[in-house]
Write a protein that binds this ligand. Structure first.
Ligand code: EPU
Length: 344
């Protein structure tokens, strides 16, 4: 008879991480595990071979930059079941395993005729990563669709479910990025998908795409988003990147007013509370860094917000380029750029 405690999953040693990240930079994990079920995950966490070692949870590797090897265990959860768990007149409630591929999840919901995720089409990564970092694009953040996030606390081995209000969602951030909840391992995410289709057009470029026509189906919005993304963002299969390398910085409106005096073309988005967001891509472009290369590390020529790996760049080289970009923006505009990916 087997019981959970004796479940042993295959844990590989000295694993090259380049294929598991969208930057594709070289780094080696001392141990690497891909649990397919919660039981397999708990078995890895209980395994005495790895107790006390540094631990890293890797999703789709689309928001991480390794600048060195990882001398510990990398766990890549693969639980990927998608389940309609409830519905009412207005919403469908869908629970998805943390390891499910995000792009495939969006496509699958649309194939089933379920609206709600179309604006977030073609974002690389996993469902778990999406909930941790509150992915957002074209006028929608995943936080707006999240009901709850089911996690495992690896210290106590207890399951905890956080309702959306406990997740502290903000622009590309959540409670899962800060102590103590950054220790939690996301197991599944429950989303509520509105049954009535209402196109979200707050993003100017998306509105422009349709002109005076109004899409009647979510799949039309998805197609538009996919077309816009393909135009501006590199396909990770062809050119390594982590999407936007920097967050759009949030500054006071007074600062914006000063900046506009010198730079009337500055791109800004008004926020509440006397704050405004600046387009980091525009700032980087304005300091002349767009398309610049340092060896194989580069600033993407079609979108200055994206750093790319032209082939053999190391994580450290990409990080050095990021520092150079941030320093140039700081010097010219007095604005700090904060990296979006996790840098190891
Ligand atoms: N711009 C330039 N030069 C550039 C890049 C941008 O002048 O090289 C200008 C654009 O013309 C535009 C403005 O800057 O007026 C903003 O650029 P863009 O529309 O490309 O959007 P973004 O603010 O750069 C954000 C997200 C993207 C998301 C898009 C669409 C962040 C950091 N990035 O980009 O998210 O897809 O909006 O919603 O918030 C990601 O997080 O990885 C990501 C790709």
């Amino acid at each position: 008879m087997t019981h959970t405690n004796s479940l042993r999953i295959d844990v590989r040693e000295n694993v090259e991480l380049a294929p598991y990240t969208t930057f594709g930079v070289h780094a080696v994990a001392r141990f690497f595990a891909e649990p397919r079920t919660t039981e397999e995950l708990t078995a890895v966490l209980r395994d005495e071979r790895f107790l006390g070692l540094p631990r890293l949870i890797l999703g789709g590797g689309s928001n991480i930059l390794f600048t060195r090897d990882f001398d510990g265990i990398v766990i890549r959860p693969r639980m990927d079941e998608l389940e309609l768990i409830d519905e009412n007149d207005e919403y469908r409630f869908v629970r998805i395993g943390a390891g499910a591929d995000w792009t495939r999840t969006v496509a699958e919901t649309l194939d089933r005729g379920w609206n709600g995720l179309e604006n977030l089409s073609l974002i690389p990564g996993t469902v778990g990563g999406a909930a941790v970092q509150n992915i957002g694009a074209y006028g929608l953040e995943i936080a707006e669709r999240i009901v709850e996030v089911e996690c495992l606390n690896p210290e106590t081995m207890q399951f905890v479910t956080l309702g959306v209000d406990d997740c502290d969602y903000g622009y590309r951030t959540s409670t899962f990025k800060h102590e103590p909840n950054n220790a939690l391992i996301v197991l599944s995410v429950t989303l509520s998908l509105p049954k009535r289709f209402e196109p979200i057009f707050s993003y100017k470029e998306l509105a422009h795409y349709f002109g005076d026509q109004t899409p009647t189906q979510a799949s039309e919005v998805a197609q538009a988003v996919i077309a816009l993304r393909r135009k501006k963002l590199p396909d990770p299969a062809e050119l390594g990147s982590a999407g936007s390398f920097f967050k759009n910085p949030v500054v006071s409106r007074i600062k914006v007013r000063h900046l506009l005096e010198d730079e009337p073309r500055l791109v800004t988005y008004q926020l509440g509370g006397g704050r405004a967001k600046l387009a980091a891509g525009w700032l980087i472009d304005a300091v002349g860094m767009k398309g610049k290369r340092r060896g194989d590390a580069g600033v993407y020529e079609r979108q200055a917000l994206v750093l790319v790996n032209h082939g053999q760049a190391s994580g450290a080289e990409i990080k050095a380029l990021a520092d150079e970009v941030a320093a140039a923006v700081k010097r010219r505009f007095g604005v700090e750029l904060e990296p979006e990916p996790v840098i190891i």
